[in-house]
Design a protein around this ligand. Structure first.
Ligand SMILES: [Zn+2]
Length: 248
């Protein structure tokens, strides 16, 4: 379905002069663009993972479709729906994880975008039910000194969304046991950057822990507080809407 803005004159047939406007067109284009980046950066293989953008003014979210490869997805394939699951625009089936996205918009009023990945190292830690620890200061992009791991629940179920709601706390990201990662941001760039940073931190954590017991040193609470303060300052000085990872 498209919203039609009729521009009709007496001289020309209406069909020739009709201008069609796609609901949440800009957001749908962004989702297509960042889907390709998720794939090319190795954060998810095939059709795994999904992306959404939320507009609090309309209460609508645009979410990637189910089962279509990132390089095959067109803006019109992206589904526009309410947080309750009512499809407003789009002929495709939405991602089976739309409920996971919706719960984050409900518990994080500042969130405008969500990225869900099956990135390898985050998922490995999630299989061990480990949280992401502060081996590297860049984890401060999550707004907390650690990224928690939610308990396991079957993918695409309200139970998984509930486990995320229980585990997320103040963090802008959470690992999903035996599944992957979900991250949010004040815009899609912020959510995507956080997912990239979480994967970087997860790989470092894996390396440090493989090096042997007590080889890696995690940053102290005080050191992480200082890092998080720097992140907050950078977010203000570069006018970044995400306030997360730019300029460090
Ligand atoms: Zn998944």
């Amino acid at each position: 379905m498209c919203v039609k803005e009729g521009v009709i004159s007496a001289e020309t047939p209406p069909a020739d002069k009709e201008k069609t406007v796609m609901v949440m067109e800009t957001e749908r284009q962004e989702i297509v663009e960042y889907g390709k980046r998720i794939s090319s950066e190795g954060l998810a293989k095939g059709t795994a993972g999904n992306i959404s953008i939320y507009d609090p003014d309309t209460g609508l979210m645009a979410v990637s479709p189910s089962g279509i490869g990132y390089f095959d997805t067109m803006p019109e394939d992206v589904v526009v729906m309410t947080l309750d699951g009512k499809i407003v625009d789009g002929a495709r089936k939405p991602s089976s994880e739309y409920g996971l996205h919706a719960v984050i918009y409900r518990i994080k009023p500042e969130a405008r975008a969500v990225v869900h990945t099956h990135s390898k190292y985050c998922t490995a830690l999630a299989c061990m039910r480990e949280s992401l620890k502060p081996y590297h200061y860049v984890i401060a992009a999550a707004g907390t000194a650690a990224v928690p791991c939610a308990e396991y629940a079957t993918f695409g179920t309200p139970e998984l969304a509930e486990k995320v709601r229980e585990a997320m706390g103040e963090s802008r990201a959470v690992l999903l046991a035996n599944h992957g990662l979900v991250a949010c941001g004040a815009d899609l760039d912020g959510a995507f950057s956080l997912a990239v940073n979480c994967e970087f931190c997860a790989e470092l954590q894996w390396m440090c822990e493989c090096a042997g017991e007590n080889r890696g040193v995690v940053l102290s609470e005080q050191e992480m507080e200082a890092a998080m303060e720097r992140f907050r300052s950078y977010g203000q000085t570069d006018n970044s809407s995400s306030g997360q990872t730019k300029g460090y």
